[in-house]
Design a protein around this ligand. Structure first.
Ligand code: OAD
Length: 254
């Protein structure tokens, strides 16, 4: 893929770059996205049952088992060239803020510091009732493809079920993370939106906030999204291919 000189110039002149990622950045690590037509999680499963407080109350074992399957998949895989290229870009930029909607820890394992998680983490469960954090036993769970019914552990303090530490439909984003993400989007000179369908609000507002503040908005996605019209540059392709190419261009230009 050819990266234009004007894009490289905009990135080279940026004093603060925001990278905003979604499920597509982890797709090449073998983690399914949510909305891709063939293997997206929400095309195979009922989102309201698996990703809402009501769904958990209705059937905690179904929900807990499904998240344990996803946690296993994350623990068994590794960061891909997209995660690594973001680390490389941070090394070239005076300031980078990395904001993710992903609940995996692949950015951290690639070496990105201070990742802002807007939708929580698979690795930080807590009590459904009193929110006391729960520590997983060490090791990787062994779960069948697609998950199975599995009773959640109980809270050591109040004996209520432990829930996954992710943000569900109908829940607010973590306040501190959302404030920092908005501030970064308003302050940055360039925002890279990578591998997100730009459909889930309020997270999808970030690129628009950046664009309204005059930042250059770059989208990296093999498909079309509602961001296409806002983005100054649409780089159509897989994150694991486009980001390393972009990084190589930045290195050459810098
Ligand atoms: P989606 O599944 O909605 O979108 C994934 C996007 O990644 C799509 O636009 C794909 O075209 C793109 N994609 C697929 N493979 C890619 C690749 N190799 N490189 C780059 N892009 C690729 O995932 P999100 O936008 O992250 O929320 O979804 C947002 C939120 O919806 C998630 O955080 C989750 C879900 O409900 C919660 O769990 C709260």
């Amino acid at each position: 893929m050819e990266i234009s000189d004007s894009l490289l110039a905009a990135l080279g002149q940026s004093r603060h770059i925001v990278v905003f990622t979604g499920a597509g950045v982890s797709a090449e690590s073998g983690i399914p996205t949510f909305r891709d037509a063939l293997d997206g999680l929400w095309t195979r499963y009922e989102a309201t049952q698996l990703a809402s407080p009501e769904g958990f109350e209705n059937d905690p074992a179904l929900v807990w088992g499904w998240y344990e399957w996803r946690r296993m998949k994350v623990l068994r895989t590794r960061p891909n060239p997209a995660h690594h290229a973001i680390v490389g870009m941070a090394g070239l930029s005076p300031r980078m803020t990395l904001v993710t909607q992903n609940v995996d820890d692949l950015h951290e394992r690639a070496g990105s510091p201070g990742v802002i998680h807007l939708h929580g983490s698979l690795h930080e469960p807590r009590c459904f009732a009193c929110s006391l954090p729960y520590a997983f036993p060490p090791g990787i769970p062994d779960e069948p493809e697609g998950g199975r019914r599995l009773e959640p552990p109980r809270c050591g303090h109040c004996d209520s079920p432990i829930r996954p530490g992710v943000v569900w439909f109908g829940e607010c984003l973590p306040e501190d993370a959302w404030r920092k993400a908005r501030q970064a989007a308003q302050d940055c000179d360039a925002l890279l939106s990578v591998g997100t369908s730009s459909l889930v609000w309020p997270a999808a507002e970030l690129p628009e906030l950046a664009a309204r503040g005059g930042a250059t908005v770059v989208q990296i996605n093999p498909g079309e999204t509602p961001l296409d019209g806002w983005a100054d540059f649409n780089l159509r392709g897989k994150a694991g291919e486009v980001l390393p190419t972009l990084l190589a261009g930045m290195r050459k230009a810098g």
